[in-house]
Design a protein around this ligand. Structure first.
Ligand code: CIZ
Length: 329
């Protein structure tokens, strides 16, 4: 990223966070027009950021929106690896991540060096890397996947020997769908999903016995086994439509998703799987970005994603191989 963190502007962020919301939004609207910017927001962002965005979705969907837009500047409200993916697919565009602290524990659990160690342990295995990874790790991988296409990506490979990185819950779930392949699985997790236990979901289900349970494949096995549907955040939007008679849905993923589901299905009830809005299924990194950060990103044109050209070229190959494979759902 080109700009270093400046304590003065941190104070500005604090100052602007106290402006009336309507005033901040009108500053953002003006700057968005003046600078020909598009605002993208992940399904896990806070509600007011999702409401402000030109597009909401998962990281791949948003990166594809970034490719389609004529805007000169992309403000990516999500976490670092997502903004990097948008940059890899759109190297000629300026991509801004509004909050410099928007990282990802799962992406941080793997480095090019640790990936090298795993490759040495599993010679001859093709590396399939989840999109929640740095550009450098993608560049060292054969192909990427998202939670919306992981099964199809693994099936599409001619080889039977796969090294799946970095999420062990997603890897285990994919391995169960594709038992014919030998899949070695790296040891990372998303702490927000991994914290949820089957026992906690069972308690929520006891309170809503008629509810349909939809879980993200980053959840542990005891959670996924209790779910009617296991899918990505985009898949969750489609999954609700499969149950027109159901009124209540228990959602096992980061709770920002519930905002998006309520917007799409105002007549349905969505309950977080831990039974407690924002208690545990809450990614601290997804929640750091506020309206004041979007305003300052546009005003100061910060924090711009900058990547090495060679890394972009190699990571892009892994992403493009993935994009040639149709989504699972
Ligand atoms: O690909 C994404 O955006 C992630 C990390 C999750 C999902 O299911 O949308």
């Amino acid at each position: 990223m080109s700009q270093v963190f400046s304590p003065e502007r941190a104070l500005d962020a604090y100052h602007y966070s106290h402006l009336p919301k309507g005033e901040l939004i009108s500053h953002i609207e003006r700057l968005r027009r003046e600078k020909n910017a598009v605002i993208l927001a992940h399904n896990y962002q806070v509600g007011e950021i999702q409401d402000l965005a030109d597009f909401t979705g998962d990281s791949l969907g948003l990166s594809l929106e970034a490719s389609r837009t004529d805007a000169e500047m992309i403000v990516f409200c999500g976490v670092n690896f997502m903004a990097e993916s948008a940059k890899i697919l759109n190297p000629e565009k300026r991509v801004l991540l509004p909050h410099i602290g928007a990282g990802c524990s799962l992406a941080d659990s793997i480095t090019p060096e640790s990936l090298d160690d795993w490759k040495a342990r599993y010679p001859g295995h093709k590396v399939v890397t989840y999109i929640n990874s740095s550009a450098e790790v993608k560049a060292e991988s054969y192909i990427c996947c998202t939670s919306a296409n992981a099964v199809s990506v693994v099936r599409s490979l001619r080889t039977d020997k796969i090294l799946f990185t970095p999420d062990r819950n997603l890897g285990r779930w994919v391995a169960a769908q594709v038992p014919e392949k030998e899949i070695a699985i790296y040891d990372g997790v998303c702490p927000t999903h991994d914290v949820l236990r089957g026992a906690s979901l069972e308690r929520t289900r006891d309170a809503y016995p008629e509810a349909i349970v939809i879980a993200h494949p980053e959840c542990r096995q005891d959670v996924v086994e209790l779910a009617h549907e296991v899918c990505s955040t985009t898949g969750m939007i489609a999954a609700v439509a499969k149950y027109p008679r159901a009124r209540t849905f228990i959602i096992a993923t980061e709770h920002g998703m519930i905002h998006q589901l309520k917007l799409r299905y105002p007549d349905k009830e969505f309950v977080p799987a831990d039974g407690c809005i924002g208690c545990r299924l809450h990614c601290p990194y997804m929640k750091v970005t506020g309206l004041q950060d979007v305003y300052l990103a546009l005003e100061d044109e910060r924090f711009e994603i900058e990547l090495d050209e060679e890394v972009i070229a190699r990571a892009r190959l892994a992403l493009e191989r993935m994009m040639a494979v149709p989504r699972d759902h």
